[in-house]
Design a protein around this ligand. Structure first.
Ligand code: FO1
Length: 263
């Protein structure tokens, strides 16, 4: 039975570990969100692909849900000492991966080929595809009384990690989405599946950005497979993360039924 999962990072990885306790990994293809990707300290970081890869390869830090187990933070300590961008916590082991990814991308390999190479080495057991080889970035508009427009737009990671999502998200902008094309294998993985699952990842900035890649929604409509979504909203709130804030910012009620209708 071929199962395709449209996954975000931390929540998606936890869901996948449960799924893989009951189905063989070789049956599973994961289409990962890359709209959380960022460039920081000259490195290209793909947090959602990495959270899934680390979790399924047995390399992840269980408690954080992101990054690697047995991590050390020496490089970041030096960045901090030198007043560099240390707000996004990259551990030494994690940086090793970002160095290789950045070098391969700069050499001209698409993200899908880089991801395939990483999977060949770390063997997560599943097939892991980025949603697109194109740059797609989620930005969040927040109120800023000091700006002439009254607003400021920040990268999703800056909103989530640096600002702790402490101010309301006024709008979610997905830059580059309309021009993006699905990565090789993405549409086929949906149309040829026996079952498609949308895990309880963030419905706006994780699953929503995958659904927004041109062609993906049509493939979901065209597939003969049942498409099963699990909402991260339980009892009118998210379990972890920031789904409630971003649903409110795009005018979607914070309920499981509204998430279904939004999808
Ligand atoms: N999340 C945090 O809350 N703080 C961090 O400093 C942080 C660093 C980080 C580095 C690499 C990585 O792959 C993920 C990282 N995350 C961090 C998780 C990430 O911000 C988000 O949870 C996902 O993008 C949302 O799915």
């Amino acid at each position: 039975m071929k199962i395709t999962v449209l996954s975000g990072g931390v929540g998606g990885a936890r869901f996948l570990r449960g799924l893989l306790a009951v189905v063989p990994p070789a049956d599973v293809t994961i289409i990962g969100n890359v709209a959380d990707d960022l460039e920081i300290l000259g490195l290209r970081v793909s947090p959602d692909l990495d959270s899934v890869l680390y979790a399924l390869a047995g390399l992840s830090d269980e408690e954080r849900g992101w990054g690697r187990a047995d991590e050390t933070w020496n490089a970041l300590a030096t960045v901090s000492e030198l007043s560099g961008d240390a707000w996004f916590k990259l551990g030494d082991r994690d940086i090793g991966l970002h160095l290789v990814r950045t070098q391969m991308l700069e050499a001209g390999y698409p993200l899908s080929a880089v991801t395939e190479a990483l999977c060949r080495r770390w063997q997560p057991g599943v097939r892991l595809l980025p949603m697109s080889d194109d740059r797609v970035e989620t930005h969040i508009a927040v109120a800023d009384p000091d700006s002439p427009s009254g607003r400021r737009v920040v990268h999703f990671q800056e909103y989530w990690v640096r600002m702790h999502a402490a101010v309301p998200a006024e709008a979610v902008l997905v830059v580059g989405q309309e021009e993006a094309t699905p990565a090789p294998g993405v549409l086929e993985a949906i149309t040829d599946a026996d079952l498609v699952m949308l895990p309880p990842s963030n419905p706006v900035v994780s699953v929503g950005t995958i659904l927004g890649v041109p062609g993906v929604r049509d493939a979901l409509r065209a597939t003969a497979a049942p498409v099963v979504g699990l909402s991260p909203i339980v009892g009118g709130d998210h379990v972890r993360g920031m789904a409630a804030q971003v649903l409110a910012s795009i005018g979607v009620e914070v309920s499981a039924a509204a998430v279904g209708a939004h999808f």
